[in-house]
Design a protein around this ligand. Structure first.
Ligand code: ATP
Ligand code: MG
Length: 281
């Protein structure tokens, strides 16, 4: 089966807009990586190592200087028109606080409906019910549809961001630091939700984080970026048992172990208990 994401010898150079003629930054240097369908791939690296640059190339926000990229069977940079529209539906981003970046005057229900309308998903008459179902799937109450983004907590907004991505039934999620702004118990809930959704739907996820502890909890395989180069890549158990690169060893030694699974179990209320669920983050 062909890869969900295939990256070959990818190099990306950021040109500085100011001062004119200032030095260019090589954000990625000949990175190669293959992510299989249904796989959860964790990408870690310190700040400035090129993680978001990689995500932005995969999402078609940036063009590579060299190398090639294939996402859901297409080179993002080459897509136009109807092919681009259908590809956008199949490849969805989740950022650190995606919902905060959206129209603050739109209610949550309208934000969730937007993609359904744009891509004409399901009958118009069924869209309100589809929005309620999406909210339910991410552990929010249907009443949240009437709220505005600022009337939700950060964790609730992140659930809405995930629901927005899910509304299009994507094959691939590209999640750039989706839990970094949240406190530990909320992180645990959102991580649990993302992994459960990926497994249930067979979705592929590229999960980006500066936190090795987070990536360890959810990934099948991980990659370590350092100064634009991929210095380590392999199944999560193998990398943690026998890291090959000294930088990974340093990262491992510095990472505190947080048992997100235990945190999640401790903080997620029973599904049937709706009164508590409304209070959930
Ligand atoms: N638009 C840009 N113009 C110039 N340089 C940029 C631009 N975007 C990123 N860079 C530089 O490219 C390098 C990689 O940045 P990137 O945002 O990919 O890092 P990151 O690993 O996502 O970091 P963080 O963990 O802080 O989010 C950095 O040196 C950064 O300063
Ligand atoms: Mg980043």
């Amino acid at each position: 089966m062909s890869a969900a994401i295939e990256i070959r010898n990818l190099s990306v150079v950021h040109r500085r807009p100011w001062p004119a003629g200032g030095p260019a930054v090589t954000a990625l240097d000949r990175v190669s990586l293959s992510i299989a369908p249904g796989e959860i791939f964790g990408l870690v690296g310190e700040s400035g190592s090129g993680k978001s640059t990689l995500a932005r190339v995969l999402l078609r926000f940036l063009r590579p200087a060299a190398g090639s990229v294939s996402v859901a069977g297409a080179d993002p940079a080459m897509l136009r028109g109807a092919a681009l529209k259908s590809w956008r539906r199949r490849v969805q981003p989740v950022f650190q606080d995606s919902v905060a970046a959206l129209d603050p005057r739109a209610r949550i229900g309208a934000l969730l409906r937007e993609g359904l309308d744009l891509h004409a998903i399901g009958p118009r008459s069924g869209r309100a019910a589809a929005v309620a179902e999406l909210l339910e799937q991410v552990g929010l109450d249907p009443d949240h549809a009437a709220r505005y983004p600022h009337q939700l907590s950060g964790g609730q907004r992140q659930r809405v961001a995930i629901a927005r991505a899910l509304s299009l039934s994507p094959e691939i999620l590209i999640a750039d630091e989706p839990v970094s702004a949240l406190d530990l118990s909320v992180q645990a809930q959102i991580l649990g939700l993302l992994t459960q959704l990926c497994r249930a739907r067979g979705m592929t996820m590229l999960f980006i984080s500066h936190d090795l502890g987070v990536v360890r909890q959810i990934s099948d395989r991980i990659g370590v970026l350092r100064q634009g180069g991929l210095v380590e890549e392999g199944p999560v158990a193998q990398v943690f048992r026998a890291p090959r690169h000294p930088y990974t060893r340093d990262l491992l030694a510095a990472a505190p172990f947080v048992d997100f699974e235990a945190l999640r179990r401790a903080s997620v209320p029973a599904r049937a208990d709706r009164s508590q669920r409304t209070e959930m983050v």
